[in-house]
Design a protein around this ligand. Structure first.
Ligand code: ZN
Length: 419
């Protein structure tokens, strides 16, 4: 063992002083997210390609996202290994509590201040350590971090983006293969907006969602085929995961803040409502108790917390961007503000302990064992695994490699870096 460690140490020492990175045995890594892929979506649809990935690699029974179960905050957890209160991307929407201004999910993608607030995503950390990285539509990929940006990127233009277009999905996979083979990228994060969009529009139990899961599975098959045809099978590790699940919206006995007795929007200085089950409120000076008392027992399915009293397990209080009052609905219940603006049949954003918020994890490639199913774990741990696979030193984070280490093949050839 000592002899082996010495050999590895010697080979590390040889490459450490090189002016440019030499071609190495370092594996490439592709992280794929299919937005809103609930953990059990493969149980009522034939998914031969996802099943094949589980046979040829590792599958987790499910994974638990961080709270709040929203797209951008969770993707930034994947990229940083931090709980949402610790990385600060606390909502899909940028907002200013003084002016009341808010920006949509798409506009927020381009607001670097929202993303770059003390936590470096793995792209930048990898680049600082000599690797080349790319982002294709991945949340957070369009921001600048401490003056740096992802080496190669494609960015979504607007909410008009054709999320479900299978032809475009294949083109995006072709692009990513070129990034690996021609541009010599080491790490790419690739994002698909489905089956989230279809789950919202038609509900998670709909035929439309099942059809979309079939399309996702076909795309996984196409991806594996392209990996093979690009001669990347023995050099590329592939992780397929998602941000959160999806819950059927309950349309009876809905939560309307405008109908709550003793509650007045006149007491509110800033509100972020009508966004699924979540609400963030800043009462006017001196009105915190009034608003809290009015709301806390207003509806049996409405949870209302003062920031400092939010259950610590949710890890969603300790950040200056989080407002003094935090609201969220029980599973299925969205929160309506002044007017009814929400008509989706499916939603997420609920408590991350709810099974319908859990999501998927699959991994395969030269570093992974084959045919292994592991017990559920928290998405906050994926970052440490990504860093290990890329053989880079991680930033401080809330996850642990211990959680995923058992997935790795013992002969994977990973250097014995203490990551
Ligand atoms: Zn969504």
């Amino acid at each position: 063992m000592f002899f082996f460690i010495s050999l590895v140490a010697a080979s590390l020492a040889l490459t450490a002083g090189a002016p440019t990175r030499q071609p190495s045995t370092r594996h490439k890594l592709l992280l794929v997210s299919f937005d809103g892929f609930r953990w059990n979506y493969d149980q009522d649809v034939d998914t031969p390609n996802l099943d094949g990935m589980a046979r040829d690699g590792v599958k987790a029974r499910y994974i638990t996202p961080p709270f709040v179960t929203q797209t951008s905050p969770i993707h930034f957890t994947l990229l940083t290994g931090k709980y949402i209160e610790n990385h600060g991307v606390i909502h899909n929407m940028w907002f200013n509590t003084t002016t009341g201004q808010k920006l949509s999910y798409y506009k927020t993608q381009g607001v670097s201040d929202w993303w770059d607030n003390g936590s470096l995503p793995i792209w930048i950390t990898a680049q600082k350590q000599g690797l080349k990285t790319g982002s294709l539509y991945f949340p957070g990929g369009n921001a600048t971090y401490q003056g740096d940006q992802v080496n190669v990127k494609k960015v979504e233009k607007s909410f008009l983006h054709p999320y479900g277009n299978e032809t475009e999905w294949r083109q995006n996979i072709d692009t990513v293969m070129r990034w690996f083979t021609e541009d010599q990228l080491d790490f790419v994060a690739l994002y698909f907006g489905e089956p989230d969009s279809t789950g919202h529009k038609f509900g998670p139990e709909s035929q439309e969602r099942k059809d979309m899961v079939r399309q996702v599975d076909q795309t996984v098959g196409y991806l594996r085929q392209q990996i093979k045809e690009s001669s990347l099978t023995s050099t590329l590790n592939l992780i397929i995961t998602s941000d959160h699940g999806m819950e059927t919206v309950i349309k009876k006995n809905e939560i309307y803040l405008s109908k709550v007795a003793n509650f007045s929007f006149g007491d509110i200085q800033f509100e972020l409502l009508d966004y699924g089950p979540q609400g963030l409120l800043i009462p006017k000076p001196g009105k915190l108790e009034t608003v809290y008392e009015a709301l806390k027992n207003a509806h049996p399915k409405l949870n209302v917390y003062k920031k400092e009293e939010l259950p610590p397990r949710l890890h969603y209080a300790n950040n200056a961007r989080i407002t003094p009052l935090i609201l969220y609905g029980d599973p299925g219940y969205v929160i309506h503000g002044r007017l009814k603006l929400q008509f989706n049949k499916g939603e997420h954003g609920f408590d991350n302990e709810e099974m319908n918020m859990k999501t998927i994890f699959r991994a395969m490639g030269p570093a992974f064992k084959r045919g292994l199913e592991v017990e559920p774990f928290e998405s906050v741990n994926i970052y440490a695994l990504l860093c290990k696979l890329l053989e880079i030193t991680p930033e401080p984070n809330d996850g642990s490699l211990n959680v995923t280490q058992k997935m790795l093949a013992t002969n994977a050839g990973l250097a014995l870096l203490s990551v």
